[in-house]
Design a protein around this ligand. Structure first.
Ligand code: AMP
Length: 414
């Protein structure tokens, strides 16, 4: 079956068309037919891009005033006679939607019906920048494809297995009861894919038989402690701002700093929020970039602020690895992923060197020569084995979509 995977954000729509089935999942025989992006929705120079194996890349700059126009562009480009991959939208059998926040309602992916849509709406206040657009994407796509199943795959659901002592903040308990204030965690599809990849390709062992720490380092960064395939703690919290240092987000800070800085700088809540989300992290520390490639190059040339930003970034990851080793009572595997985790030899080295006393014996050679499909970066015989593994969130969404449909309406996804 052909599954369209949709990721609708405030100003962009990312989409991938995947040919898959229950059997194809078992044999890892899925095929990505094409992927595209409608970017800068509502802005003068919007772009539509699409690439499909064996075809010339498609790029156009039509006016895309709103999300409805963006969804129309998705249909137009995938059915384009020259660049597209299908003749008619009726060839699409199902749509998998990335939904950022499922609150405490969803511990698994689900086929979307009115009740599910209502619950996603209830979670708007938990993810005001994401959930409204995610749901809008569903509503718009449903107009084009009313008769095919639409499945919601949540960033948060994987972390619903966290125990209360890990997900509660030490605030008055009434804040949890009244406002659902708790740690939710994000990047669930990526962390889940790491568990799958470890089990199937790298550890080659049932997930029931290992503990792992999965480290997603991209523009957003999070780290998860996993026991028997379940998330037991994760670094992102009530929002994706908590935890690791990220491209432009500060991660953990003293909460009293928010009050102090607002008073000192005489700035509003909104401005403080923008400072922590858009002007902090690697960009804030270096003063010039959130891009690890650029920072690494500058560091090699002797730029101290670039080095400081990268060292602070790596140090935070190290600290979390240490604390999750304690939380798990030791881990068997560590898996790095995301744009930085998969590609930055330098960052992985800064994080992993000299951790022998924790049972992590790092191998510089291996770290510098990871194959494109992923590989081990710890030394032969290291008690904790460490890998760099490419993530594939769209594949997780397509697989959940297929399985949810196969398991039919009321049964939970496997
Ligand atoms: P993501 O959000 O997963 O796309 O990751 C974005 C981050 O990955 C940026 O900081 C990039 O600089 C970093 N990145 C991507 N490719 C490389 C690479 N080859 N080497 C180092 N960092 C990279």
């Amino acid at each position: 079956m052909k599954v369209l995977v949709l990721n609708v954000g405030s100003s962009s729509v990312k989409f991938v068309l995947i040919e898959t089935s229950v059997e194809a999942i078992d044999n890892e025989n899925e095929q990505k037919l094409g992927r595209g992006l409608v970017d800068k929705i509502g802005i003068a120079n919007a772009t539509v891009k699409f690439t499909a194996p064996g075809k010339a890349p498609y790029v156009s700059t039509p006016p895309v005033w709103d999300h409805a126009a963006a969804i129309k562009q998705v249909i137009t480009v995938i059915t384009d006679p020259e660049h597209g991959v299908i003749k008619d939208p009726s060839e699409i059998d199902a749509v998998g939607h990335r939904i950022v926040h499922g609150g405490e309602y969803f511990a698994q992916s689900v086929v979307i019906d009115d009740n599910v849509a209502e619950k996603i709406t209830e979670c708007f206040e938990l993810a005001p920048l994401h959930n409204p657009h995610n749901l809008k994407g569903y509503q718009l796509m449903k107009e084009f494809m009313p008769y095919v199943p639409h499945v919601a795959v949540f960033d948060t659901s994987f972390h619903q297995t966290m125990p209360r002592h890990a997900f509660l903040y030490a605030l008055p308990y009434s804040t949890y009861q009244k406002y659902k204030v708790r740690r939710y965690g994000f990047h669930g599809t990526s962390h889940r894919y790491m568990v799958y990849s470890l089990e199937k390709h790298f550890a080659k062992k049932s997930r029931c038989d290992f503990k792992a720490i999965t480290v997603h380092l991209g523009n957003g960064c999070s780290i998860t402690a996993i026991d028997k395939g379940n998330s037991v703690d994760t670094s992102m919290g009530f929002t994706p701002l908590e935890g690791l240092i990220m491209g432009t987000r500060c991660g953990d800070i003293d909460p009293a700093l928010v009050l102090y800085l607002m008073a000192q700088e005489e700035i509003s809540l909104n401005e403080m929020n923008t400072m922590m989300n858009k002007y902090s992290g690697l960009a804030g520390l270096s003063g010039f970039s959130n891009d690890v490639r650029e920072l690494s190059e500058e560091m090699m040339k002797g730029n101290e602020r670039a080095e400081l930003a990268l060292r602070a970034f790596a140090y935070r990851v190290r600290k979390y690895i240490g604390s999750y080793m304690a939380a798990l009572d030791g881990a068997d595997y560590i898996a790095f992923t995301g744009g930085i985790g998969e590609n930055s030899v330098l960052v992985r080295e800064m994080v992993m060197e000299n951790l022998d006393r924790l049972g992590i014996v790092f191998d510089r050679e291996r770290n510098a020569n990871v194959p494109s499909g992923g590989g081990e970066i710890s030394a032969e015989g290291s008690p904790v084995r460490v890998f760099a593994i490419p993530t594939d969130e769209e594949l997780v969404i397509a697989r959940d979509t297929v399985r949810c449909i196969a398991a039919s309406k009321n049964k939970p996804c496997p």
